[in-house]
Design a protein around this ligand. Structure first.
Ligand SMILES: NC(=O)c1ccc[n+]([C@@H]2O[C@H](COP(=O)([O-])OP(=O)(O)OC[C@H]3O[C@@H](n4cnc5c(N)ncnc54)[C@H](O)[C@@H]3O)[C@@H](O)[C@H]2O)c1
Length: 419
């Protein structure tokens, strides 16, 4: 059997069936896999991936393997791994996997080093942990790397910061910034799966609750839209005036987080920022308030401060920790403040990951073909890849759209024609 560090290999059959279930909702990735199987565009490349180990990721790993790549996988979050999926990938797909749900930070970073020991030519990150490890403690391996891709907003922000400072040592394609990624994955994917995660963890009624969403970016918009649809009174907290204005015109309320803290029943952060819900907020919250995060890192809720002002802590349900404050109010932190849609639910629905991971597969192919021409910068997903994926998704859904006539094309490209 291939190298691995997973929870339990006997879970493999269950994982295999769940991977097959997800595949049914991933027609775009299926088409790409079939082409990759014939053309082998990734032959000769070893690819280290650090992604949430889910059924959809398993399908992406199969696509990359069909394309001829040697693939090695670790988790991009200590709490997001689906242990049955990890087992299936090892047992039935011969893909080395290093990921265990609930692993501590030390194990998490050991697993990152395990995938890097495969001496990759390409990295595929969700949160830039492979890139940052390579640029800090594994600099000797950088010369072997031709390029990489990045899945999420937080990772892209970090990589752009590295590129601006001139320290990024290989080209990266920002998969997150494709329209066929963030407009759908961040909005509809995070929207649905975050609510799913909160409901699975708490079984609380959303209807009639005061639901606070911090951050009205692509993820926040999706979460707010779905919470409203379920009957919550949704309040947005924002730091960007444009986004706050947009929230107001979309029909939500907006106010500073310290005002919202006094009235919220359920709080969700999706900002990519630190200490969004901080110590001052906890002490004025209602008894029973629920705290969840859907941003990439577990830094959006000030957990250390919460621990400090609590006199008692206990796990009351799976993924629900009760903090009793010195004022006797109880606050409930979900999934250790880690992205709740992956901690207590299964992450985004497969149909949406179909597009995100089609971008990953086609960008890996693009990198393999074009790396010699690319600089040590962060690149957008090529427009033709983005459009092709939208087109393939529509076609898979059985939806036709109009084609511009020659006259329409000319009109849209001209500046002379007026009324
Ligand atoms: N849970 C998931 O599965 C999932 C999926 C995609 C992205 N993400 C992560 O979610 C986070 C948000 O992603 P996005 O694409 O929505 O980003 P975005 O940049 O579109 O939106 C973030 C918003 O948060 C606001 N913000 C920043 N600091 C704030 C503060 N202190 N208080 C209030 N608002 C603040 C910004 O003004 C911005 O409007 C990132 O960390 C991203 O990596 C998670």
């Amino acid at each position: 059997m291939v190298k691995h560090d997973i929870k339990d290999i006997s879970l493999a059959k269950k994982g295999q069936l769940r991977i097959e279930w997800a595949a049914q909702e991933m027609p775009v990735l299926r088409i790409i896999t079939e082409r990759f199987r014939k053309e082998k565009p990734l032959k000769g490349f070893t690819l280290s991936a650090c992604l949430h180990v889910t059924t959809e990721t398993a399908n992406l790993m199969e696509t990359l393997k069909a394309g001829g790549a040697e693939v090695v996988l670790c988790a991009s979050n200590p709490l997001s791994t689906q242990d049955d999926v990890a087992a299936s990938l090892v047992k039935f797909s011969n893909i080395p996997v290093f990921a265990i749900k609930g692993e501590d930070n030390k194990t998490y970073y050991r697993h990152i080093n395990d995938v890097l020991s495969s001496k990759p030519h390409m990295t595929m990150d969700d949160g830039a942990d492979l890139v940052s490890t390579l640029h800090t403690t594994k600099k000797d391996m950088l010369s072997n790397i031709i390029g990489g891709t990045e899945e999420t907003t937080t990772g892209v922000i970090r990589l752009r910061a590295m590129a601006e400072k001139g320290v990024l040592k290989y080209p990266i394609i920002a998969v997150n910034d494709a329209y066929t990624k963030y407009l759908f994955d961040n909005r509809y994917g995070t929207g649905q799966s975050t609510i799913d995660g909160i409901m699975r963890a708490t079984n609380r009624l959303i209807a009639g609750s005061v639901f606070i969403v911090s951050g009205y970016g692509w993820c926040g918009k999706g979460i707010a839209m779905r919470a409203k649809g379920m009957g919550a009174r949704v309040i947005i907290t924002e730091a960007n005036p444009l986004r706050a204005l947009e929230a107001i015109m979309d029909g939500f309320e907006a106010m500073p987080v310290k005002e919202a803290a006094q009235i919220g029943d359920i709080f969700v952060t999706a900002t990519g920022d630190v200490d969004v819900i901080s110590k001052e907020c906890f002490s004025i919250m209602k008894d029973g308030a629920i705290l969840a995060n859907s941003g990439h890192f577990n830094v959006e809720i000030s957990i250390d401060a919460l621990k400090k002002i609590s006199k008692k802590r206990r796990m009351i349900r799976d993924f629900v920790e009760e903090f009793t404050l010195k004022n006797n109010r109880r606050l409930y932190l979900l999934g250790e403040g880690r992205l709740i849609n992956l901690a207590s639910a299964e992450g985004h629905p497969s149909a949406v990951m179909d597009m995100s991971f089609a971008n990953q597969a086609l960008c890996a192919e693009y990198m393999a073909k074009n790396f010699r021409k690319l600089e040590k910068k962060v690149y957008s997903v090529p427009e033709d890849i983005d459009r092709k994926i939208a087109f393939m998704k529509l076609r898979a859904m059985g939806i036709q759209i109009d084609t511009l006539t020659k006259d329409q094309k000319n009109y849209l490209e001209s500046w002379e024609m007026g009324t």
